[in-house]
Design a protein around this ligand. Structure first.
Ligand code: BMA
Length: 329
C-alpha cells in the first residue's frame, strides 16, 4: 500500500469509484463544479488551484472576463465543491513596480510551504513567464520577482525544501501556443534566485504514447509519497483538428526529483464528457491542483475543462501509484 506523506484532511471532497468503472481516475458526479459564469464578469473559469485553508478551503481561480482578459481571483469554500469566488481580481502589492505591472495572469498553482501559501502563475512580462507571490490569509497578496526569464509556463513548486533549496518544475516555452515543451527542475535558496536547472522529462516521440508527443507540463503540486513524488501532469497531442490535452502521472525520486522512476504510457484522464469535449477550446483536461489526505490516501484533482469550466476527479494514492508503476513507459 502506497502512503501519502503529509497532513490529514478532514472532510475532503470525495466520491467512491463507480461500480464497473475501469480507469484509475474517476469524475465527480456533479461536474462541472464551477460554471463559466461563476462570477458576473466571467466568460469562463477553469485551470484553477485550491488548498485546505482554515476549516475549509481557499483557491486561486483563473477567470477570463467577457473582454477575454485573463486574471486570477481568490475564492473560498467550506466543502471544496461549492465555491464563492471574489468578483475582483487579486491586487498584488510588494514587488518592484516594474514587476507589479500587469499584462495578463493565468493558470495559477497554490503551494503551502512552511508558513504561507505561495502562488505561481503564468505571468505576462514581455511574453509569458512564471509569476511568484504569497499570502497568509487570501486577502493580502505579495508579489515577488518573476522566477525566470520569458518564455516559460506551468511553474509548479514542491511543498517543502529539497536538499536545502526551494524547488520548482517549469516548462520553457514560446510566445504562442508552443508546439514543444519538456519539464525542467530548478532550485532556489530564497524563491528569488533560481538555478541548478535539471531536465526531468520530455515529450514522448513516437507511437507508443502519442497523447504526450507535442508537449507536457506539470499540473498540481507534487504529492509526497513513500514511493517518491507523485506528479500529475498534462500531455498534448497535435491532431489535424488542433491540440488535445490529456492527463498522466509520474513518480519522481524523492531526493533528486529530476530522476523519473515511472511515467504512465496511457493517459489517466482524457476529454470524454461533453463539458471536456466542447467549450472555448475543445478537448482539454488541464489539472492545476490536488488535495490529498494522508489518513485515507484519497486524492481529489481539480482540472480545467475545455478552457471553460472547472471539474473535480478522484483517485487514491494506492491506485494511482500502482497504475503508474504497472503502466510505465
Ligand atoms: C495552454 C494554456 C492553458 C490552456 C491550454 C489549452 O497553452 O494556455 O491555459 O488550457 O493551452 O487551450
Amino acid at each position: 500500500m502506497a502512503k501519502i506523506i503529509g497532513e490529514a484532511i478532514k472532510n475532503m471532497p470525495w466520491e467512491e469509484k463507480p461500480l464497473g468503472y475501469k480507469g484509475p481516475v474517476w469524475r465527480y458526479k456533479g461536474n462541472p463544479i464551477i460554471n463559466k459564469d461563476g462570477i458576473p464578469s466571467s466568460n469562463s473559469i477553469f485551470n484553477s488551484a485550491v488548498v485546505p485553508f482554515g476549516d475549509g478551503y481557499a483557491g486561486i481561480f483563473r477567470c477570463d472576463s467577457k473582454a477575454v482578459s485573463m486574471d486570477i481571483y481568490a475564492g473560498f469554500s467550506k466543502d471544496g465543491v461549492n465555491w464563492e469566488i471574489q468578483h475582483e481580481p487579486i491586487k498584488f502589492e510588494g514587488a518592484d513596480p516594474e514587476i507589479l505591472k500587469r499584462e495578463y495572469r493565468y493558470d495559477p498553482r497554490v503551494c503551502f510551504i512552511e508558513d504561507r501559501y505561495y502562488i505561481t502563475w503564468c505571468n505576462g512580462y514581455h511574453g509569458p513567464t512564471i509569476g511568484v507571490g504569497y499570502t497568509f490569509d487570501f486577502k493580502t497578496f505579495i508579489q515577488c520577482e518573476n522566477a525566470f526569464l520569458p518564455y516559460n509556463r506551468n511553474g509548479v513548486l514542491f511543498p517543502r525544501k529539497i536538499n536545502g533549496n526551494f524547488a520548482m518544475l517549469s516548462r520553457p516555452s514560446d510566445t504562442g501556443h508552443t508546439p514543444f515543451g519538456d519539464i525542467f527542475y530548478s532550485q532556489s535558496p530564497d524563491l528569488e534566485h533560481w538555478g541548478r536547472h535539471r531536465f526531468v522529462m520530455g515529450t514522448y516521440r513516437g507511437d507508443a504514447s502519442a497523447w504526450q508527443s507535442t508537449k507536457i507540463g506539470a499540473g498540481p503540486i507534487p504529492i509526497e509519497t513513500d514511493e517518491g513524488w507523485l506528479l500529475i501532469y498534462h500531455g498534448v497531442l497535435t491532431t489535424c483538428n488542433g491540440m488535445v490535452y490529456r492527463i498522466g502521472s509520474a513518480i519522481l525520486d524523492i531526493d533528486e526529483p529530476w530522476k523519473v522512476k515511472y511515467r504512465t504510457k496511457n493517459y489517466i484522464l482524457a476529454p470524454e464528457e461533453l463539458y471536456e469535449r466542447v467549450g472555448d477550446v475543445p478537448n482539454v483536461v488541464f489539472p492545476c491542483a490536488a488535495i490529498s489526505d494522508a489518513d485515507t490516501g484519497r486524492i481529489a484533482i481539480y482540472y480545467g475543462c475545455a478552457d471553460t469550466v472547472t471539474g473535480l476527479a478522484f483517485t487514491t494514492v494506492d491506485e494511482l501509484v500502482k497504475y503508474t508503476k504497472e503502466n510505465s513507459l
